[in-house]
Design a protein around this ligand. Structure first.
Ligand SMILES: [Zn+2]
Length: 488
């Protein structure tokens, strides 16, 4: 997995998980249902609440029961023209067991924040200064924010037993079942096979998550009796995108977290556009040839991608003794986020982002010294001037410096002024990008859920309804600084 990976939680191999944040589906759905269900809205789940008998069965049934699971799966398979595939296994585990599974696979060496990846990304402002490490940030995200995931290798869905309202629980299961259907139809490992940068991974996930998001909503609306053309998709997208942009602009939040949530907002928008007009054939085409960059996701499926001509010679000549530890293209969303965190308005940051024509970030290490260099190419030099001015005029100027070089900007970030000055004076454009063979590149995401003493294989809860887990609030409160990508 590339550095600074935005995949939530457990890693690419041997299995692969699609982690989902704590859902707010009913809230989003209900915003458009107040007329229909006025007087009933707010009668959410929880053991003290009566079951919503006005809802269709599949939107209130107990998602731990096989009858409910089968009913939801069958209706999704019909909707997606995917009948005849094997239904995935489904297990429900407690928050405590989930935390145990995640923690048992963690390499404690990676939690100190002293690794080159964490230090480099912190210098560049991609993770907050207060964060411990990239791995710790991912673990926090996984334990506190993820509700469910689908594991490709085993074809099993895991639902983490948080206190879901009805509709939330069923749409969450529908979302995961759609991932299982995607895997049966398109083989997700092949869909994402070419994504070997952070940018590429977010772009592919935009198809995978955007499709699950769109179709889970479409499924719920259909059950509620809505005609397809009466759904205000733009309002749903605007909602999630506005929240995401706010989070990207907040210096207290990790950019890697808003990047992790990008597919649920902009990928959702992208796939709605694909699915509502060309329909299922367009959906299949998107999985066969997913966008390769976040830039293509934000400009939409009907925009022709510009030609990218990023140089092979991607970095300045390193100071003697320094070697590249990690490198990756981070893409347009990180550019947008960096500009917002430096105080630029949404409009100005968005316009500059649309001038993006490639980037490459490298983290160098020599002994105790870590330096990060981010090379960003623009269509037009004036966008580069904007990035240069924001970096050099920003509050973090003492640790970072930007150098304009034609229509490109080199952003240097070092741990001391001396080191920064030495690097800025290095000749630019004189070192090959891929001095680290791809196969040998550092791979992040060491969070592998291994075997855990508290878990004995796959078990399905027999409780009639998912209930509140008392330890959940303790986990959330333990890390109040941890960003919530979708608001509380
Ligand atoms: Zn998903």
């Amino acid at each position: 997995m590339p550095i600074g990976t935005t995949r939530e939680g457990p890693p690419a191999s041997p299995g692969f998980a699609e982690g989902e944040r704590v859902p707010q589906y009913s809230e989003m759905l209900m915003r458009f249902l107040v007329v229909v269900f006025s007087g009933l809205v707010g009668a959410g789940g929880g053991e003290d609440q009566p079951v919503r008998t006005d809802l269709p069965y599949a939107l209130y049934c107990d998602i731990a029961s096989s009858d409910c699971q089968q009913r939801i799966y069958d209706s999704l398979a019909v909707m997606l023209d995917a009948e005849g595939f094997e239904m995935p296994g489904i297990r429900t585990i407690s928050v405590v067991d989930d935390a145990c599974e995640v923690s048992s696979g963690v390499d404690l060496e990676n939690l100190t924040g002293e690794d080159a990846e964490s230090r480099g990304l912190r210098l560049m402002g991609f993770i907050p200064e207060t964060s411990e490490s990239v791995v710790a940030a991912r673990i926090e995200y996984w334990i506190n924010r993820v509700s469910a995931y689908y594991w490709r290798g085993s074809h099993v869905i895991t639902i983490i037993d948080r206190d879901y309202d009805e509709i939330d629980a069923q749409v969450l299961l529908a979302h995961e079942l759609i991932h299982a259907i995607q895997n049966s139809q398109f083989v997700l490992n092949e869909v994402s096979a070419d994504a070997d940068t952070d940018d590429g991974l977010i772009a592919v996930r935009s198809v995978i998550e955007g499709d699950a998001e769109h179709n889970a909503f479409a499924w719920a609306y259909e059950l509620l009796g809505y005609e397809p053309d009466s759904i205000d998709w733009d309002a749903l997208h605007d909602d999630s995108q506005a929240t995401l942009r706010e989070h990207a602009a907040d210096p207290e939040r990790a950019l890697i977290d808003s990047a992790a949530s990008f597919p649920y907002a902009y990928g959702f928008d992208y796939m709605t556009e694909v699915i509502t007009t060309p329909g299922l054939p367009g959906r299949a085409a998107a999985f066969e040839a997913p966008p390769r960059t976040v830039f293509e996701v934000v400009t939409g499926p009907r925009s022709l991608p510009p030609s990218f001509d990023f140089p092979q010679v991607a970095h300045p000549s390193p100071l003697e003794g320094h070697s590249v530890e990690i490198e990756s293209r981070f893409g347009a969303w990180y550019l947008y986020g960096v500009l917002r965190q430096l105080g630029l308005s949404h409009d100005a940051a968005w316009a500059t982002m649309l001038g993006w024509r490639g980037d490459e970030l490298a983290v160098y290490q020599s002994g105790d010294d870590v330096v990060a260099v981010w090379r960003v190419r623009f269509e037009d030099g004036s966008d580069g001037v904007t990035l240069e001015a924001e970096i050099n005029g920003g509050e973090a100027a003492e640790a970072r410096a930007a150098v304009l070089f034609g229509d490109e900007v080199f952003v240097f970030a070092a741990e001391s002024q001396d080191s920064l000055l030495a690097w800025v004076e290095q000749p630019l454009d004189s070192m090959t990008a891929s001095i680290v063979p791809k196969a040998a590149r550092h791979r992040g995401g060491a969070v592998t859920p291994g075997n855990c003493m508290k878990v004995s294989g796959i078990s399905l809860t027999t409780r009639t309804r998912l209930r509140h887990t008392s330890t959940y609030s303790a986990f959330v409160e333990r890390t109040p600084a941890s960003p919530m990508p979708w608001g509380q």
